[in-house]
Write a protein that binds this ligand. Structure first.
Ligand SMILES: [Zn+2]
Length: 344
């Protein structure tokens, strides 16, 4: 459902290694949770939202062979709610849109290996019995067999581009469908296309939704906005085992007081991006990549104070989704912070 996600790690990996900065990393106490997002499995016609069966099985093999701790998204949210630290590096799996290929191919693999997974569902497409998607009967079986579900609106709309009343109507409609077909409304929420805004977040609050996931890369930690939690997207291009392993083993780069406040950019398309890096960075490098002008590249970073940096974009962002990824490496561990803007 989305086209351009990530920094291409393979392309920029050596660049990042080569460049040294004056920012210094602290001793990180928190490990964080790498949350993954899939869409389709073994549907090679849709490479931007698909992983091959081989790629998916290589991920599961890696998890099992290396005894990677996999937690439920519900457990992740509980830990955030309690303000507990994530003492042990863990990962979590999610799948968006409820394509049949998830139910037929991937779900049996998750189930047989006792690996928890949350399925985010837009209700309209299931209500319409759309070919290529799961049916409500299958969703029910999935839940009965231990699967967990989350909200993904009813019409899979670009939420920030709609009026407040349209968004509310859409969420209400999905709630009616959940009640009718499943008997409850799931607590967790994922934004279609990972797109949100301050207005959209305020609507979720009104609906008593307390956590929501985007589609920007990053590792979840206690410092994250509960309404904009990151997920690593996996598709054919970004689904190779090496990249999966990289994301599994990445840690959270903890950021606070991020500017601009709204992830929906409507006027200044060359915003000043600013944030504070928690902890005391010493001697290690941070590198930020973004795609102003449609071209992904390293952006200029300026130290405002010892722990606060400003990014000077080379150009204006184009209309659509814009990405920002900042990484740093300390003692052979990669720390990652990702963000997505929607530009009108
Ligand atoms: Zn979706």
């Amino acid at each position: 459902m989305n086209n351009f996600f990530f920094i291409d790690i393979s392309k920029n990996f050596f660049l990042i290694l080569l460049i040294f900065f004056s920012y210094i990393l602290p001793v990180f106490s928190e490990t964080g949770v790498s949350v993954f997002m899939y869409h389709r499995f073994g549907e090679e016609k849709y490479p931007s939202t698909n992983v091959s069966e081989e790629q998916f099985l290589s991920h599961i093999d890696f998890v099992l062979n290396n005894e990677i701790k996999v937690i439920k998204l519900e457990e992740l949210v509980e830990t955030l709610d309690k303000n507990d630290e994530f003492y042990e590096k863990a990962i979590a799996f999610s799948v968006d849109d409820a394509f049949s290929s998830f139910y037929q191919f991937a779900w049996p693999v998750f189930r047989e290996n006792n690996i928890p997974v949350t399925l985010f569902i837009s209700t309209d497409i299931i209500d319409k019995n759309t070919k290529g998607y799961m049916t409500w009967e299958e969703v029910k079986n999935f839940i009965d067999e231990g699967g967990s579900v989350g909200q993904h609106t009813s019409s899979h709309l670009h939420m920030p581009l709609n009026s407040i009343s349209e968004i509310k109507e859409d969420i209400l409609k999905s709630h009616k469908s959940w009640i009718k077909n499943i008997g409850f409304i799931p607590e967790l929420f994922a934004y279609p296309y990972g797109e949100t805004s301050i207005d959209v977040i305020n609507i979720l609050r009104e609906f008593n939704i307390s956590h929501a996931f985007g589609q920007h890369s990053g590792v979840v930690s206690n410092f994250d906005n509960r309404y904009y939690l990151p997920r690593f997207s996996l598709n054919e291009r970004f689904g190779e085992k090496s990249r999966f392993e990289f994301a599994v083993n990445s840690y959270s780069l903890d950021i606070e007081n991020f500017l601009p406040v709204d992830m929906f950019i409507t006027d200044n398309k060359k915003p000043i991006i600013e944030f504070s890096i928690l902890n005391n960075l010493k001697g290690n490098s941070i590198d930020c990549f973004s795609n102003p002008g449609g071209e992904l590249g390293k952006q200029e970073l300026i130290n405002i104070t010892t722990d606060r940096v400003q990014i000077r974009l080379k150009e204006e962002y184009l209309t659509g989704r814009a990405r920002l990824n900042c990484t740093t490496r300390v003692n052979d561990k990669w720390y990652w912070f990702g963000y997505q803007f929607l530009v009108k």
